[in-house]
Design a protein around this ligand. Structure first.
Ligand code: MG
Ligand code: MG
Length: 275
């Protein structure tokens, strides 16, 4: 079915630019609002305002049983943290995931930051290193996509980048995904090496690449709220994500304002706007 398959038409790819940029704008606003003393529900309101003002709809709120714009996952929470009364504290490791739908098309992106804590420089440095390694894994995966023939090449590069740090673990219970008219579509995008080649990487493929990395073990559980995924060993976790389009002339990171140019430059990859 047109638009529901793995590969979008050039027209469909163009429709994914707006939701990608609106998702980026929402996350930028949240990042500016993160500080000690802010509640996760306040951050949620910031993102919702940006998305609705920009003519979009928070797509997470379309998930059955979920009514928020963001997932905010703190410290040992990996993903799917539910915004609420929790107040961020100095030194917290905060992962924020958001998605905007515009005219029926979706964006999905996430970042991780550490709330400053001058009294605990070692804790802050350790958490920042985890966030940085996860982000490095994401960009290595995106760079791999630019030259890949099949999707399994992406996961191999993510793992290669992250596992330079012996102590870190890459979650296997949760993976990336195709994105388009639905936020979650085929194909799965693994963050680690897999034996099957996966989908062919060719024009029209749009994927959300999203490594989830812990500072310890990779076993996780879901809290009683039915959503929040936490590490079983209580180790910290980070999560970075971008939605990326493959098109006739190259790749373009839909949820980065510059298409990923700055972060892809070290890999020798030059993203190309969708024609
Ligand atoms: Mg996401
Ligand atoms: Mg996703």
């Amino acid at each position: 079915m047109r638009g529901r398959g793995l590969y979008k038409s050039a027209d469909e790819l163009r429709l994914m630019v707006a939701p990608g940029l609106l998702t980026a704008a929402a996350l930028d606003a949240v990042r500016s609002a993160i500080r000690s003393g802010v509640s996760t529900s306040e951050l949620d309101a910031v993102a919702e305002r940006v998305i609705r003002t920009g003519g979009g709809v928070p797509n997470f709120a379309k998930e059955p049983g979920y009514r928020h714009t963001l997932c905010v996952s703190v410290n040992e929470e990996v993903v799917h943290g539910v915004p609420g009364e929790r107040v961020l504290e100095p030194g917290d490791l905060v992962s924020v995931d958001a998605g905007a739908e515009v005219a029926g098309w979706n964006g999905d992106s996430a970042f991780t930051v550490v709330v400053p804590d001058p009294s605990r420089p070692e804790l802050v440095a350790a958490r920042q290193a985890l966030a940085d390694a996860t982000e490095a894994g994401l960009w290595a995966g995106i760079a791999a996509l630019a030259g890949a023939r099949h999707l399994n090449e992406v996961g191999a590069e993510i793992a290669d980048a992250v596992e330079r740090h012996d102590e870190y673990g890459i979650l296997e219970d949760y993976v990336g995904h195709g994105i388009g008219r639905s936020m979650h579509e085929e194909p799965p995008v693994f963050n680690y090496p897999v034996r099957h080649r996966g989908a062919a990487v060719k024009p029209g493929l749009v994927v959300a690449i999203e490594p989830m990395v812990t500072a310890g073990g990779i076993e996780t559980s879901v809290l009683d709220d039915g959503w929040t995924v936490v590490t079983d060993d209580g180790s910290d976790a980070a999560h970075w994500e971008h939605s990326v389009a493959v098109h006739r002339d190259g790749i373009w990171v839909l949820t980065a304002r510059d298409g990923g140019a700055q972060r892809l430059a070290p890999f020798g990859v030059v993203p190309v706007p969708i024609p």
